[in-house]
Design a protein around this ligand. Structure first.
Ligand code: GDP
Ligand code: CA
Length: 318
């Protein structure tokens, strides 16, 4: 079985770990979000690709959900001693090495897809990890601070401002001119199942879908497309997805997120058991829906979720 998963960072990565366990024989291609990418200290940082790579490769900081296990921060401290920031973005020493290798390869002319493949040669994530595009796409958020509207990089909004200022729009800058990375459209066309994990619907999956050709390829693939809600009990399980959903005019409910993707894209949708009341509404919108436990408290729970997603996919295929 060939499975394509569109993934952001932590929600995508933890689900993928379960999917690998649920379908050990499957060939899994991950299309990763690169809208969160940022240049810091002259280095190219790809937070979502790295979260997937470290999580599946066994190098992630478990409790935090991103970054490296057993991390130290000597470089960051030395930079701070020079007064060189930003101090709000925490890059550890081990993590720095990844960004140095990536930046060096990009400087030598390799596209991000080739760089990602090279980094994965070390981590062996057990999936084929592709960036959504080799072209630069940067998510910006139109925020209001001190009565003034301005666009800031997604990381500045998310990490420095902690999504605590009003956001009026989310714009994947560069997306309209970006091309899907080599292999992305081919993987979608060859897929038996396409899965939207419980990643952020706006700034993770929404950004991937904003790359021209990807949404169309998924809609036309003619195979089951199933998703899992990142919203449980009308709130994100982790983080501040409700803020970016509000910025694009979508309510923070499992049903509203399904409707946001729409029946033109989604065939099946899993909501948490606490949201069982939303099943009828989702089904009325033309999307097959089931309520099952959706908290990835451990690998076993994530594996059960992945199994439910694959079962739902077979149900809509029939
Ligand atoms: P990010 O790029 O690191 O923010 O990660 P993603 O976009 O992949 O995933 C973020 C989303 O994952 C958030 O909106 C969370 O609500 C969701 N999430 C995290 N843990 C869980 C979980 O255990 N269950 C569900 N259903 N969603 C989760
Ligand atoms: Ca992200």
């Amino acid at each position: 079985m060939r499975i394509v998963v569109l993934a952001g960072g932590i929600g995508g990565a933890r689900f993928l770990r379960g999917l690998k366990a649920a379908a050990p024989e499957a060939e899994i291609t991950v299309v990763g979000n690169t809208g969160d990418d940022i240049h810091l200290f002259g280095l190219k940082v790809c937070p979502d690709l790295d979260t997937v790579m470290y999580t599946l490769g066994g190098g992630v900081h478990e409790e935090q959900g991103w970054g490296r296990a057993d991390e130290t921060f000597a470089v960051k401290e030395e930079l701070a001693a020079y007064g060189v920031g930003p101090e709000w973005f925490g890059l550890g020493d081990r993590d720095f090495a990844t960004h140095i290798v990536r930046t060096q390869m990009i400087g030598a002319g390799y596209p991000l897809s080739a760089v990602t493949e090279a980094l994965c040669a070390r981590w062996q994530p057990g999936v084929r990890l592709l960036p959504m595009s080799d072209d630069r796409v940067e998510t910006h958020v139109l925020v209001e601070t001190d009565g003034e509207r301005k666009a800031v990089h997604f990381q500045e909004y998310w990490v420095r401002l902690r999504a605590a200022v009003p956001a009026h729009a989310v714009v994947p800058v560069g997306a309209e001119a970006a091309k899907p990375a080599p292999g992305v459209l081919e993987a979608i066309a060859a897929a038996d199942v396409i899965v939207f994990p419980p990643s952020n619907p706006v700034v993770s999956i929404g950004t991937i879908l904003a790359v021209p050709g990807i949404r169309e390829a998924i809609a036309e693939a003619g195979v089951p497309v199933v998703g899992l809600s990142p919203i449980v009990g009308d709130a994100p399980v982790r983080g501040m997805a409700d803020k970016v959903l509000a910025a694009v005019g979508v309510e923070s409910t499992a049903a509203a997120v399904a409707a946001h993707y729409g029946s033109g894209l989604l065939d099946g949708w899993l909501v948490d058991t606490v949201d069982a009341g939303a099943v009828a509404e989702v089904e009325e919108a033309g999307i097959r829906c089931r309520a099952v436990p959706l908290l990835m408290s451990d690998l076993a729970a994530a594996t059960r979720m992945a199994r439910e997603a694959l079962t739902l996919a077979e149900e809509v295929r029939a």
